[in-house]
Design a protein around this ligand. Structure first.
Ligand code: GCV
Length: 682
């Protein structure tokens, strides 16, 4: 395990205290040392009375961990513009945190602790932080039987069988971690929702969790099953225009708010992948969403209605959400937000943004990211997702002219909204390090930080996270940051470069299966549907000569994407079926470039291994070994991806793999036999 033994032993004596404290990652980025009595002497955490429960938490955190000067936590009801934000400033010899809401003081307290942990100088500090989105929400795809759909960090954190009697200490630890990065809401259960979640016995369990989370400023939302009135309510159907159905939802919502007065609202996956919905009764998404919105409105509750809809029709899957939702623009109540995945297919390693963003001018929209790495090597691969999140948020849709980025369309800048929101599917489970891979913690962290401030750079976020999670030593921070910043592109390279997408093994989405085909299976779940490899070339023709998905983008993007010559090369095979011999900008043929990209991905992961091993002396032994072994898996998987894709596509290109790059080490026929027994819970 120790790759640099001599150096390790030389500095063993000095590093002993660190090595004795083996860390399992459970502290996340919150590795604060409690203050000693001497450090606390003379410094006070001052709070005006009466003090709400959230402010009490802020005070306790500072009392326990703050080593700086006296801090004054001030609630100022004149500072409405701060919303849930805060000001941090020096006042003579002490620090002041000023907020309009209790939550603001809590966030301000965590900001101070973060600066302390990063080793920053606070002298003269004067800053104002206001969150970019009102609702910063994690979506858990947790099932009531304790499994997690697309979860790779163990079983669900929520112990439904033990609730409401037993309250695991991890509930508060989870809420605290979220609060420390500004997350203020969670959806507890899978969007493929069991109607049971709305039964009175489950609502008691939900209430127990909400009672814990409230202390950390976190509101609870639930995913609902659209057929609930019929399945658990004894109503004849679940037609949104049926008065009995509407009355059932109203009564259910009243029941929820009676025990959870700050309940957030509902998340709904309807008429998608077999889930029930209003279309079962020839009603529209708007009919369904508005019925729920009307029930929630008296309590200020929200409906987050997902636009992830597609059916196995002749229409390109990438076009379907737009086709279904744009005609409904303006038909939704103002407490409905349409929740849209970042890309038009499904959380692929790289997708252009979903063209629905900005295309509904009278409807509030929010983005949904996926933190859990369903399509990015599960919790085995080190893939830092901030660059992916930023790529979408910063994408210019041109919906209201140049500069109409998705961030500005969804944060209230370009479109007025009753409330703005941003969501991501969590990667959290009961593993001791919460996320399976120690570096996957960075993706939870990055989502929270970007939901707070989408102008932060991936670089800044990585730097904060590394300093807090490992060490502020620059010799460690710089190379690890570079590795993280490169890691998403590396994954794209060894999995699906140049705009390839969805060529995963059926069902579990882990390894490559570009040859994949299931007799009788849905075409839009088959890799060939997406890559279209044949002797002429590779890729999905979405130009005017193909599905014309490009027409859903605002000018000039429709033209830029639609023309092979102007289409960005990282989206080439997304929008075009490209001849193998097509000449790329660097002069290589498309086939050769594909080979070089796959190879580059492999080389990048090998470099990550070297970076990590070299920095062993900076990391505690357990986390060092955990990450080291995961990188080995990633390196093997990268070669597997490269060989599988190149050997398979070579059967169509009929051209050699350029001799300058590493030779395949597998036989295609052997790779085709690999059938992983990975569970997927739908
Ligand atoms: C929760 C993809 C995933 C499904 C997921 C679905 C969704 O299809 O593979 O597991 O279901 O997206 O986002 O609803």
């Amino acid at each position: 395990m120790f790759t640099n033994k001599p150096r390790f032993f030389a500095c063993f004596i000095f590093l002993l205290p660190i090595f004795l404290l083996a860390e399992d990652g459970s502290l996340l980025w919150l590795r604060y040392d409690p203050v000693t009595a001497a450090q606390a002497a003379g410094r006070h955490i001052i709070v005006a009375k009466p003090m709400g429960a959230i402010v009490q938490v802020a005070k306790t955190e500072l009392d326990t961990y703050w080593r700086g000067p006296t801090v004054d936590l001030v609630l100022d009801k004149k500072m409405k513009h701060l919303n849930e934000g805060y000001q941090l400033k020096w006042k003579k010899d002490h620090l002041q945190v000023v907020a309009y809401k209790d939550r603001g003081l809590l966030y301000g307290a965590y900001h101070l602790l973060r600066l302390q942990q990063e080793g920053r100088d606070l002298q003269g500090i004067d800053l104002t932080e206001i969150p970019d989105y009102d609702v910063r929400i994690l979506n858990h795809w947790d099932n009531l039987d304790g499994t997690v759909e697309r979860g790779y960090a163990g079983r669900s954190l929520w112990k439904w069988d033990e609730l409401p009697t037993a309250i695991s200490p991890r509930y508060a630890a989870y809420a605290r971690s979220n609060a420390s990065i500004g997350i203020n809401a969670v959806v507890l259960n899978n969007v493929n929702a069991s109607p049971d979640i709305l039964r009175p016995d489950y609502l008691l369990k939900v209430k127990a969790l909400a009672d814990v989370f409230r202390l950390y400023g976190i509101q609870v939302y639930l995913s609902i099953n659209f057929s609930s009135p019929k399945v658990i309510g004894g109503v004849h159907d679940s037609d949104p225009l049926n008065p009995e159905v509407r009355a059932w939802w109203k009564a259910k919502v009243r029941e929820i708010y009676k025990s959870i007065p700050d309940f957030g609202g509902f998340l709904v996956k309807a008429n998608s992948e077999g889930q029930p919905g209003p279309q079962d009764y020839n009603r529209t998404h708007a009919d369904g969403a508005n019925m729920l919105a009307d029930a929630l409105a008296p309590y200020n509750g929200l409906v987050m209605w997902r636009a992830f809809v597609y059916n196995p029709t002749n229409e390109d899957r990438a076009k379907q959400a737009y086709l279904e939702f744009v005609p409904l623009d303006g038909a939704f109540r103002d407490n409905v937000i349409i929740q849209i995945k970042n890309g038009p297919i499904d959380f692929q390693p790289r997708e252009p943004f979903t063209p629905l963003f900005g295309a509904m001018k009278e409807t509030t929209q929010m983005i949904e990211f996926q933190i859990t790495q369903e399509y990015l090597g599960f919790s085995n691969h080190l893939v830092y997702l901030a660059p992916l999140f930023k790529e979408t948020l910063d994408s210019d849709t041109y919906a209201s002219g140049k500069g109409s980025t998705i961030a500005k369309l969804t944060d209230g800048t370009l479109r007025t909204a009753k409330r703005t929101a941003i969501a991501a599917v969590a990667n959290i489970g009961e593993d001791s390090n919460w996320t399976g891979h120690n570096f996957a913690q960075a993706n939870w962290y990055a989502f929270g930080r970007l939901a707070w401030n989408h102008s932060l750079t991936s670089d800044q976020i990585a730097s904060e996270w590394i300093r807090s999670t490992f060490t502020p030593h620059e010799e460690f921070v710089q190379p690890i940051k570079q590795m993280m910043l490169e890691s998403r592109e590396a994954a794209v390279n060894y999995m699906m470069p140049l705009g390839l997408h969805h060529i995963f093994a059926f069902d579990h989405h882990y390894g490559p299966e570009p040859w994949g085909d299931r007799q009788g299976g849905r075409p839009d779940w088959m890799p060939w549907y997406y890559h279209n490899a044949n002797s002429a070339g590779l890729g999905f023709d979405r130009s005017a000569t193909g599905s014309n998905a490009v027409s859903q983008y605002f000018a000039p993007l429709d033209r830029i994407y639609g023309d092979l010559e102007t289409c960005p090369e990282n989206f080439l095979l997304w929008f075009h079926h490209v001849p193998w011999s097509y000449q790329m900008k660097n002069g290589r043929s498309m086939w050769a470039e594909l080979c070089y990209k796959y190879d580059e991905g492999v080389q990048q992961v090998r470099a990550f291994q070297q970076i990590w091993d070299k920095l062993e002396s900076h990391v505690d032994s357990q986390r060092f070994a955990d990450v080291q072994s995961k990188l080995k898996i990633q390196a093997k998987d990268a070669v597997w991806w490269k060989d599988a894709c190149l050997l398979y596509f070579q059967t169509f290109s009929e051209q050699p793999i350029p001799y300058a790059i590493e030779r395949p080490i597998h036989e295609l026929e052997d790779l085709k036999k690999i059938k992983l027994k990975l569970k997927h819970h739908n």
